[in-house]
Write a protein that binds this ligand. Structure first.
Ligand code: ASP
Ligand code: MG
Length: 439
């Protein structure tokens, strides 16, 4: 059994959906196909929900109608036979009727989640209508019957496994299942989701509980690149990454893969492949247990970072200072990315500014506080980086013009992180591309 997940752009046009159908039927191995919503749909649903939450029903209605029109045009090209057209229209009618009904009921968080779930329900149902039109045997599975999270929003792996396995047992001869990414049920059994970009997470969770042969993540780029292709011209796909390297890259800014998507597959040692729907023959990137080679493999950048510096003369020879500092962050559920210390100061970075005011007020009891916003973490990722000859020398030689404000090295054998003002991001990524990859 394998998992094939297709993102929003891979199903975002009728002809792309046709291509997805060709890809999932290309070979015999049984598979679960996990689909995202068509690109743009989740954003549109969020906007509809937002308008409702502030009481702007007329605007919400207008947005619902626009989206419905878009779907009607979509199916007009997706399917051609009379039967399939009428089935696809039925699917659209059902889900847009729901969206129109919610205009009349009072807004709540649970309702918001119901609204957001419509995208994946629509994409999977429409895909199945197309498969049926083409005479391709398949079974539709509702993720709401097996994907579930607990009160801490963590997936309940055992329950997912039990429910999914029993669902699959009902179709012993079936080789093609279709289900939704992103959506699930929460501890109150309400419809919920795995957060933005969560379809990758669904795929990895399914791959893990079923001990799949592979978890394929199909997108519109040919794998994870060694640098940000939106910022740097000459980048190339990385052939092999270890789970650890991929997790660092996904967390530190490589947009292609959701950071939570690594651990489930890693737990059961299921390789994750990043593949390109538009270029199915390209090798893409394999994420697996072994790193394949030693040295620097990729650079990623994460924006929106805030640096906080705490300076205390009392820290000299003191113990417990770091614990007290970190406890303040813990109290406000704000996770720390980078840390550096000197004898009298500690500097940390966070990516969440929700509680910066409270945090800095509490930290003031330990010393003077400095806060710098609009910072970017540049993360250099690879396997056993420290064993790469001259890696630090090459690295710093290539970015002499950049005002680096923090450096993390040694915490992980897979990562060197630099903090820079965001205004220097583009220049830094380009210089590192030349310096480290000679590209
Ligand atoms: N449709 C959801 C989103 O746009 C989930 C996903 O695509 O992974 O965030
Ligand atoms: Mg995605």
């Amino acid at each position: 059994m394998k998992i094939m997940k297709f993102g929003g752009t891979s199903v975002g046009k009728p002809e792309r959906m046709h291509q997805v159908a060709a890809l999932v039927t290309a070979e015999k191995e049984s598979k679960i196909v996990v689909l995202s919503a068509l690109s743009g749909t989740t954003n549109a649903l969020i906007e509809i929900s937002h308008q409702l939450s502030i009481g702007y029903k007329v605007v919400a209605k207008q947005k619902i109608d626009e989206l419905e029109k878009y779907y009607k045009q979509f199916v007009a090209t997706l399917v051609t036979t009379e039967n399939a057209v009428s089935k696809a229209q039925q699917v659209i009618a059902e889900h847009f009727e729901f969206l129109n009904v919610i205009l009349k009921i009072s807004y709540s968080d649970a309702l918001n989640k119901d609204i957001l779930a419509q995208g994946e329900l629509l994409s999977t149902k429409l895909f199945c209508v197309y498969l049926k039109e083409k005479g391709i045997p398949h079974t539709f599975l509702s993720a709401l019957d097996f994907m579930c999270i607990d009160e801490n929003e963590e997936p309940k792996l055992e329950r997912i496994n039990r429910r999914l396995s029993s669902a699959l047992k009902n179709y012993p001869a079936e080789t093609l299942f279709v289900t939704q990414g992103y959506i699930c049920r929460n501890a109150r059994d309400e419809v919920d989701n795995l957060k933005r970009g969560g379809s990758d997470y669904t795929a990895s969770l399914l791959a893990s509980v079923l001990n799949a042969s592979v978890c394929e993540i199909w997108t519109d780029i040919d794998g994870m690149h060694n640098n940000d292709p939106r910022v740097v011209d000459k980048t190339k796909p990385i052939e092999i990454l270890s789970f650890e390297e991929a997790a660092e890259l996904a967390y530190f800014g490589a947009k292609i893969l959701h950071p939570t998507c690594i651990w489930p597959a890693q737990q059961n040692n299921v390789p994750v492949k990043l593949l390109n729907t538009m270029q199915p023959q390209a090798a893409g990137t394999v994420i697996q247990k072994e790193a394949g080679s030693v040295g620097v493999k990729a650079i990623a950048a994460k924006d929106g970072i805030i640096a906080i510096k705490i300076k205390s003369s009392r820290m000299l020879l003191a113990y417990g200072f770091l614990r007290k500092t970190f406890e303040v962050f813990e109290k406000y559920r704000t996770s720390i990315d980078m840390v550096t210390t000197s004898e009298v100061a500690v500097a940390v970075t966070v990516d969440n500014d929700a509680h910066i005011k409270e945090i800095s007020e509490e930290l003031e009891q330990f010393g003077s506080i400095e806060i710098e916003r609009e910072q970017t973490i540049i993360s250099i990722v690879g396997n056993e980086i420290s064993k790469t000859p001259d890696v630090l020398q090459t690295l710093f030689n290539s970015i002499q013009s950049i005002p680096v404000t923090m450096v993390n090295y040694g915490g992980s054998p897979h990562n060197i992180s630099l903090l820079i003002p965001s205004a220097y991001k583009k220049e830094t990524l380009q210089l590192l591309n030349k310096g480290l990859f000679k590209l």
